[in-house]
Design a binder for this molecule. Sequence first.
Ligand code: TMP
Length: 214
Amino acid sequence: MSRGRLITIEGIDGAGKTTLGAGLLAALRGRGLAVDLLREPGGVAAAERIRTLVKDPALRIGARAEALLYAAARAQLAEEALAPALADGRWVVLDRFVDSSLAYQGAGRGLGIDAVRAINDFGTGGLQPDRTLLLAIDPALGRARQDDRGEAPDRLELEEDGFFATIASAYLQIAAAEPRRVRTIDAGRPPDTVLDAALDALADLLPPGRRPGR
Ligand code: TMP
C-alpha cells in the first residue's frame, strides 16, 4: 500500500482555512480517497488541551514557551495521528502545521525562523507536508472576517495589526523559498473559487483517474 499524503493549509487568521478544509475533505472523499481532517494546535486529546492553554487570554505565556507549546502539541499529533494515518495510506488535510510556527513565532514573535524550525524538526522527526496551500489575504480583510464571527478574540487574535502584517509577509517568503511544496492561493475570492484553486494545486498528487473537475 502506498503512503498517504499530508496536505497542510496555512494563512493568517480569517483567511478561510476552516472553510477550505471542510471543502477539501468532501471533494477528496468524493474521489474515493480515505481522508482525515485535523487541526493545529489540537487534533488529539493532549494537543487539544494545549490548544486551550495556549489560546487563553488570561495566561501570561512568553514567546519561547509559546513556541515550545505549539511544537509539543504538534509532536503529539504527529506521533499519535499523522504518522499512523499516512502509513495506513490515508490522506490528511491539516489546518496549520510547522509553517504557522515559522510565521507566528519565528517572524511574528521575532524568535527567528531557523530556531523555530529546529525545535519543530525535533518534535515531528522532520515530517514534511506533501503540499501546503497558503491562503493569502490582505490582513485587514482577515481581521474584518474575524470580527464578523462575533467570537471573543483569543490570546493571539488580541495582537496588533502589525503582528499580522509581519506574519503575512513571512508566509509569502516561505512560499517563495519552497515553490514546489507551497502553492499560494488568493483567498480574497469566494469559497468555491478558492476550493477549485486548491484542487488544481493538488492535481499532480491525485491518483490518475481522480483528477478532473470537482
Ligand atoms: P486557530 O486554529 O483558530 O487558527 O487558532 C490557532 C491560533 O494559534 C492562531 O491564532 C494561530 C496560532 N498559532 C501559532 O501562533 N503557531 C502555531 O504553530 C499554530 C499551529 C497556531
